[in-house]
Design a protein around this ligand. Structure first.
Ligand SMILES: CCCCCCCC(=O)CC(=O)SCCNC(=O)CCNC(=O)[C@H](O)C(C)(C)COP(=O)(O)OP(=O)(O)OC[C@H]1O[C@@H](n2cnc3c(N)ncnc32)[C@H](O)[C@@H]1OP(=O)(O)O
Ligand SMILES: NC(=O)C1=CN([C@@H]2O[C@H](COP(=O)(O)OP(=O)(O)OC[C@H]3O[C@@H](n4cnc5c(N)ncnc54)[C@H](O)[C@@H]3O)[C@@H](O)[C@H]2O)C=CC1
Length: 310
């Protein structure tokens, strides 16, 4: 069977007594996160369809997955290129691409949404999928900052809804935050946890609070670095160097902002500011907003705090 690998079999055996294991996954959004989630799900033997709004975007997403998978193969199979090629081919065989999300969701076990960080657009998407997806299908959002409860609010299947928050770059970062809100059932929470582990990640359990665990701590730190630059206290380069060499972070806060995407950064901070306008930690940054208005979104657009143009 093309899609069965040891990871999937393991996932089946651990969760079979609770409910049917997840075999077919639909990932909506073929950007930074959607491609990474598609890759790790396909690598672990799941049958994955990645959807986005245009052929061009899904094709580019597929090319990004191939590049990333080559890095994984080079590392994992450095002494056995034949096995590496087999792993590459079988992973790519597990991936389909599509632009019709409703058609795909009509026969899937799990939908993972990784589209832009906008509540209205996410709600509209899930509301339409709720009408076509089978009863058993679980919905999950990869949102960085929006309440899962709000994203789920337009759906009937409240009990089969939760958060699966992956980290960028997904093939490398080892954590998944599994988020439940009041209506998420125990079975759904367990299935999402099993899925996170089946794709090779360590899972932590989170309540539906702003930023869950990681971003509630990371976002204030990153925004304080931006405010430090705005106050003229140090340059972006020096702040990055200081945090890498003095605090042991793999990337400085400005490198990380560019890596995450300044549009996503702006959406997160703006959303939290609207929820809690008096909280100084969530104050939007004029500098970030200006860069976004200029189309400087970070690495993905070739320029952000730094330039990546060759
Ligand atoms: C203010 C609001 C903002 C809030 C934002 C919130 C966003 C969210 O919701 C949550 C998030 O994801 S936050 C971001 C979390 N990620 C990080 O902190 C990444 C920090 N950076 C790193 O870990 C390394 O620089 C990194 C791993 C990226 C690169 O490492 P290096 O600098 O050492 O570079 P390489 O030598 O190229 O890579 C190291 C190993 O990793 C492999 N690799 C890297 N990228 C890959 C990718 N995309 N696919 C597959 N493999 C990849 C690479 O091959 C290399 O492997 P080895 O050579 O064997 O070590
Ligand atoms: N960038 C990061 O480091 C992280 C982002 N996230 C979250 O993941 C989600 C996606 O973020 P990224 O991948 O960075 O964004 P991105 O901008 O790289 O990709 C978003 C993709 O969604 C597509 N899209 C937009 N509306 C759509 C729709 N209605 N149907 C199908 N596709 C649609 C866009 O065409 C785009 O390709 C966001 O909720 C973000 O907060 C979570 C963890 C880390």
């Amino acid at each position: 069977m093309a899609f069965a690998t040891s990871a999937l079999v393991r996932s089946l055996s651990t969760s079979a007594s609770r409910q049917a294991a997840i075999k077919h996954v639909t990932v909506i959004g073929g950007g930074l996160m959607g491609t990474g989630i598609t890759q790790v799900a396909a690598q672990s033997g799941h049958n994955v369809t990645m959807c986005d709004v245009s052929d061009d975007i899904v094709q580019k997403g597929l090319a990004r997955i191939q590049d990333s998978l080559k890095r994984v193969v080079k590392k994992k199979y450095k002494d056995d290129p034949t096995a590496g090629q087999k792993f590459f081919d079988s992973t790519m065989e597990n991936i389909r691409i599509d632009t019709n999300v409703e058609r795909v969701a009509a026969s899937t076990d799990l939908v993972i949404e990784a589209i832009i960080e906008n509540l209205d657009i996410k709600q509209k998407l899930f509301s339409s999928l709720d009408k076509v997806a089978p009863q058993h299908t679980i919905f999950a959002s990869n949102t960085s900052s929006l309440p899962i409860k709000d994203i789920a609010s337009t759906c009937e299947r409240q009990d089969r809804f939760g958060g699966l928050h992956f980290f960028n770059p997904v093939p490398v970062m080892k954590l998944v935050e599994v988020v439940r809100f009041g209506a998420t059932s125990n079975e759904t929470f367990q299935s999402l946890t099993d899925f996170g582990q089946a794709v090779g990640k360590t899972t932590v359990s989170c309540k539906d609070t702003p930023g869950f665990i990681v971003n509630r701590l990371l976002v204030p730190y990153m925004m304080e670095a931006v405010r430090m630059l705005e106050r003229g206290e140090a340059s972006a380069r020096d702040i990055d160097t200081a945090m890498k060499l003095g605090a042991g972070y793999p990337m400085g806060p400005f490198e990380l902002c560019d890596y995450v995407g300044l549009d996503t950064t702006k959406f997160i901070v703006q959303g939290w500011h609207e929820l809690d306008p008096d909280q100084p930690l969530f104050k939007p940054s004029e500098l970030v907003n200006k860069l976004v208005a200029e189309g400087k979104l970070g690495m993905k657009s070739g320029e952000g705090f730094y330039s990546y143009k060759k």
